[in-house]
Design a protein around this ligand. Sequence first.
Ligand SMILES: Cc1cc2nc3c(=O)[nH]c(=O)nc-3n(C[C@H](O)[C@H](O)[C@H](O)COP(=O)(O)OP(=O)(O)OC[C@H]3O[C@@H](n4cnc5c(N)ncnc54)[C@H](O)[C@@H]3O)c2cc1C
Ligand code: SF4
Length: 338
Amino acid sequence: MSKTAIIIGGGVAGMETASQLARLGIEVDLIEKQSRLGGHLNSWNHLFPNRRDSKEVFEYLELGINDGISLHLNTEIEAISKTGERFTVAFRDGKELYSDALVIATGYEVFDARKKEEYGYGIYDNVITSVELEEFFRNNKQNNLFEGITSKRVGIVHCVGSRDEKAGNLYCSKLCCVTGVKQAIEIKELLPDAEIFCFYMDLRMFDRHFEEMYYEAQEKWGIQFIRGRLSEAAENPDHTLLVKLEDTLTGLPLKMKVDLLILLVGFVPSPETRRLAAMLGLKEGDDRFLSPADEHTITNSTAIPGVFLAGTVKGPAGIANTITDARATALQVAAYLK
Ligand SMILES: Cc1cc2nc3c(=O)[nH]c(=O)nc-3n(C[C@H](O)[C@H](O)[C@H](O)COP(=O)(O)OP(=O)(O)OC[C@H]3O[C@@H](n4cnc5c(N)ncnc54)[C@H](O)[C@@H]3O)c2cc1C
Ligand code: SF4
């Protein structure tokens, strides 16, 4: 009998792992709880670092989903177990699937900005998240967002729910700085007269082309970067927002009026991933993302033989790194099955 693999999660990581395994001649079942593949990629418009349309990346991934892959959409998992070397995955509708290897590619969630009550998300209409801004761009509805706003002063708040002991997340989400800089430029392209302020603690533009985008934001678009953590946002009677922060470069408290506040929400481990991990007895790190067997050398396998990880279940990562990671997972699964 040929060996089979079950992949849980049909985002970037799950799609690419499935595609690579199918190419290697391994039969794959790909399980996705939503009605379509793509995961968070479906929410983004133009991607950093090169502003490419996210639909192009989806199309590339979709090409890899071929006949060797049995797709199970709208499928929720009830239980997972391992007997001998075989896995059984039971669905909520009572069906069961069996395999020789299991890949957890269930991704991440974004931080719930309501938990930072002091920033006014969910209370004031003009406080939105970076995810919502992407949706406005993607659905071509950005004009609705700026309707009624005349002076167009926009604040962008970094590290919302990341690097924040109170929020319970000490880690850096790695990609919100570049998302904020990209979105600042996109707003300027749309509204050349807008004044844009990024409130940051440090700028972590670690990857290729990120730093250049930061220079472009300052030099070409005049976006202003203010070093300091926001303490609160409150609504003025005219629906503008008063933001308070300490400028940590000058040590002075600052109060500013803005028309719109965008919160750069970070990655958080998905409760669903943690539920599946608990069923399998998989280890999670102090940050609650899943831990591989070894942080340096075997980053895609786990302490449980036959269980592999792919993508952002292991922590914040962009699409290129997720695709590379998924390919590494596929090779490790194939080697294990041999
Ligand atoms: C605001 C923001 C903007 C971003 N913009 C960019 C960008 O411009 N460029 C870039 O390179 N990266 C960007 N990223 C990062 C990008 O979203 C990730 O790299 C990518 O989504 C990771 O893919 P993934 O498959 O690991 O996770 P996900 O996209 O989270 O996919 C996981 C999939 O698993 C499914 N799933 C979860 N639980 C289950 C379950 N129990 N059963 C079945 N299915 C399940 C989910 O429905 C989902 O389809 C951005 C991130 C954020 C937060
Ligand atoms: S990437 Fe930037 S905004 Fe995101 S958590 Fe790290 S420092 Fe904060």
